[in-house]
Write a protein that binds this ligand. Sequence first.
Ligand code: COA
Ligand code: AMP
Length: 630
Amino acid sequence: MSYQEEYERSLQDPAGFWAEQAQRIDWFRPADEVLSTDEHGLYRWFKGAMTNTCYLALDYHVENGRGDQVALYYDSPVTQSKKAYSYRQMRDEVAKIAGGLKRLGVSKGDRVIIYMPMIPQAVMTMLACARLGAVHSVVFGGFAPHELAIRIDDAKPKLIVTASSGIEVDRIIPYKPMVDKAMELAAYKPEKVVIYQRKLGALVPAKDYDIDFDQMLSEAETVGCTPVYATDPLYILYTSGTTGKPKGVVRDNGGHAVALRYSMEKIYGIKPGDVYWAASDIGWVVGHSYIVYAPLLTGASTVLFEGKPIRTPDASTFWRIIAEYKVKVMFTAPTAIRAIRKEDPQGDFIKQYDLSSLKYQFLAGERCDVATLGWAEKQLGVPVIDHWWQTESGWPMLANFPGIELMEVKPGSVTKPVAGYDLQILNEAGEAAAPNEEGYVAVKLPLPPGCLPSLWQNPLGFKDSYLERFPGYYFSGDGGFKDEQGFTYITGRVDDIINVAGHRLSTVEMEEVVAAHPAVAECAVIGVNDDLKGQIPMALVVTSVQQIDYQDLSTEIVAAVRSEIGAVAALKKVLVVGRLPKTRSGKILRKLLRAIANQEEIRIPSTIDDPAIVQEITDIIHPNLKQINL
Ligand code: COA
Ligand code: AMP
């Protein structure tokens, strides 16, 4: 079947199409209704069906002859350790962790926050929650205690599972003190904190709520899989939104399993027994879907990599891993390729490894520039596929399809919509844009299985954030266009979200921290294009005091963003300006600021209160662009 046939079939009869895909899943009980709406009028997939995601990811494979196959390769250049876990070992360890969590009172529907580095115990804890029907919420290690506290207050977890420390290249990051701080900051108090001791760095004094991970296991019995409804939540993943508060994206069990299983075969061209590697972090959606769930649901082997594309120890690491584990498909962010290219422009490291196992290199998470894609293609000699999706979708929305039909790779394009996504480019009025006309990327409802059914305990927030802008559509927040052949191009976010080194961040959230500085009268944080990280945040501040030491102010603001949001926010540049461009009604013109900083064509809005500001701001920003990341 061609891509076009597959795609059309999925839109003509969504329920029939996905019912067929659902046959690949070993349900405990089939669905009463494939597609329905809930009490809030939101679409739900596979109502009435019962399953357990951990069962599908582990037990099912052990029961069906894959017990001895490697489920997970752990490769940690930062600790110089490696380990392979078979499906049987994974199932047994996960069943034990689930038993430990159960003993601590975790049961179906309870939330568990996981704040851990890239270690097997983190993946196993996710699966252990799924085994119990509990809802995990993984928080990325680069986020500060304040961010963790926000998530604790929203998810109200029964407990937190953490590790004593993570490692950033050669720097030990003590996680436990950050959890203790978050416990102090949060209004809601989880009952216990379970700590996996990595025996790295100093031991932190124990708190009353502490439980040692190994001790929890020593007292635990193994437990089986709790049946849950397809529509029950599997996890909550918080992601940056356009307000200061992150959004709790909910993923259900059934639609998720069906969609990920489909994606592995049709998009990535992966079959049971293949080795698949997503070089991301379990704190992001790529980690959830393509380090943990999709490879395991498929019966493939996944790689858990605790390191960086460079400096652990050098730009050869990615290629060593591909050669060592015979990776068939690899997925990373363009930033990682740019970082490698900078260190090894001629690809000398690449030539030292046998990469014959590699069939496709996938990229996503941020816009990929044509030069980076071209370099990777030339060096690797395999199709390099840029594909587009979001935390909200949980799996690709626009891609190329080695598992169905590999289409032409048009540099700059993320190819075509995935089955189930009636993806349209809409103009301001919500009408279909003409070919090559830039507009808003939206998906006609219903979204396919696997996409967020709602926000955590906030259906109104879900409607407000995603469904109101274009009635009948999900609005992605991205801009883009389609060419005459339907190849789609993503031009970037049209809201206040930026993508720094593949990490999604909210400028509004940063502005809240900057504005809280006593010497700041008003501010704007914008994303500025960067050759390595794609985008870098820059703060423009108007001070409330006349005499100010600029260096001190800048240092204090940078430190505040790091301590409130986390190192990952990477705000390094603060510029003092006399005033900010505004509309006559007083709204800051951030789009204009972005255009100035990115040296794009300037369209001065008719609503501007004083056009002279454009030159004034340009004169301040432009001389500073070179040192934006210092
Ligand atoms: N825990 C604690 N701190 C973390 C962290 C984590 N899990 N991840 C990142 N940080 C810290 C970094 O150490 C760095 O701190 P610093 O300012 O003290 O140096 C800061 O957050 C910014 O990190 P990053 O933007 O990643 O920059 P970097 O210079 O450390 O690394 C790259 C640059 C290109 C190597 C790195 O960004 C990278 O590997 N990018 C690919 C990203 C990716 O795969 N994203 C997944 C989305 S699909
Ligand atoms: P996240 O939710 O962290 O996965 O970030 C999703 C956002 O990253 C999208 O809304 C896009 O703005 C951006 N993004 C992801 N993949 C791509 C891509 N291939 N091309 C351009 N932007 C992308």
